[in-house]
Design a protein. Structure first.
Length: 335
């Protein structure tokens, strides 16, 4: 693609890093208040909206137990705990990073993201992200929230993403994401043999003990994942997964909840292969695949400005297809 000379001046943006837990006791005058209201006054260095989002992420506890309900009333003497996040200054600057552009017009761009590319800067990742690349190739996205990002893929998940290139497109794409009118399908290779497809409708929130992970938690945010069997192997199943909602790690969490974790996913247990009788070649191939086998393969939506129907597909990356080839060979040998 043609490279554009950036006119963007780097500016500090907030990122997040963990702080030590904070605690406070509910005084008599706060008796009966909602949890988010009481916490916002007890931990008044943070806004009520920030506190509410932290409650939904599982960062607030009530008498030692995680509470995910902002409306939960508190009583005098209750002890609230908060695992807050401290702002860390990150200089967001344009970087000339190669992008695989599937489609682009003046309102949006569809990108096929490779494995290893983080979507936006974070703690320990100050640059080298998709957001840095967007600011280089489309400098005017500096004026759009998050440089036009309206959704994300995990660092090691590959595939299609849509990014807004105009303020109007950003507004409409964000609304379309919220109203679930952007259609997204993924290829997911999981450990284990599924007989048929189905739907997982289980709420997701921050894991109550492991802050790196998400988990199915009662009272968490609604999360709905549909899946069907695309191909079966001897110890794995290739699924076609459709997202109805878009929670952090949603597919990975829901499939692990079913006890069929995404292959290669060390965070949710997919890096453990239980395959008695598997060949050395298969074990080597699975062991060498050191990321989650998850690919955003299809993306469709109405153009946010013209309303024209748009549909895109992206082939699985070579490493994913290579692993499937080994699995097919193993199946042939055991037939």
């Amino acid at each position: 693609m043609q490279k554009l000379k950036s006119q963007y001046s780097p500016a500090p943006v907030a990122d997040l890093d963990s702080e030590a837990p904070l605690t406070a006791e509910v005084p008599p005058e706060f008796d009966g208040l909602r949890l988010d209201a009481a916490a916002a006054q007890l931990f008044d260095a943070h806004s009520r909206s920030r506190i509410k989002s932290w409650i939904e992420e599982g960062r607030v506890s009530l008498n030692g137990a995680v509470c995910l309900l902002p409306r939960q009333p508190v009583r005098q003497g209750d002890v609230l705990g908060l695992v807050a996040e401290a702002a860390v200054e990150v200089t967001l600057k344009p970087q000339d990073l190669a992008l695989d552009v599937v489609f682009a017009d003046r309102h949006l761009v569809v990108i096929n993201k490779p494995a290893g590319l983080t979507v936006h800067p974070g703690a320990g990742i100050p640059d080298g992200t998709l957001q840095n690349a967007l600011l280089h190739h489309w400098p005017h996205t500096a004026e759009i929230p998050r440089a036009g990002l309206v959704h994300r893929l995990d660092k090691d998940t590959t595939g299609l993403m849509v990014v807004a290139l105009s303020a109007a497109a950003h507004t409409h794409l964000s609304a379309m994401m919220a109203s679930r009118t952007v259609h997204r399908e993924y290829d997911a290779l999981v450990n284990g043999l599924l007989v048929s497809g189905g739907t997982v409708n289980e709420p997701i929130a921050r894991h109550p003990r492991d802050r790196v992970k998400m988990a199915v938690v009662m009272g968490g945010r609604e999360a709905v994942t549909h899946y069907r069997v695309a191909e079966r192997f001897d110890w794995h199943t290739l699924l076609r997964v459709q997202l109805e909602t878009g929670r952090t790690h949603q597919i990975r969490v829901h499939l692990a909840h079913l006890k069929y974790p995404v292959a290669g996913d060390a965070v949710y247990g997919g890096d453990v292969l239980r395959a008695r009788g598997a060949s050395a070649a298969l074990r080597q191939a699975v062991g060498a695949f050191r990321r989650q086998a998850l690919h955003a393969a299809a993306l469709s939506f109405s153009h946010p400005v013209t309303a024209a129907p748009l549909a895109f597909t992206a082939p699985r990356p070579a490493d994913f297809d290579g692993l499937l080839s080994v699995l097919r060979q193993e199946r042939t040998l055991l037939a």
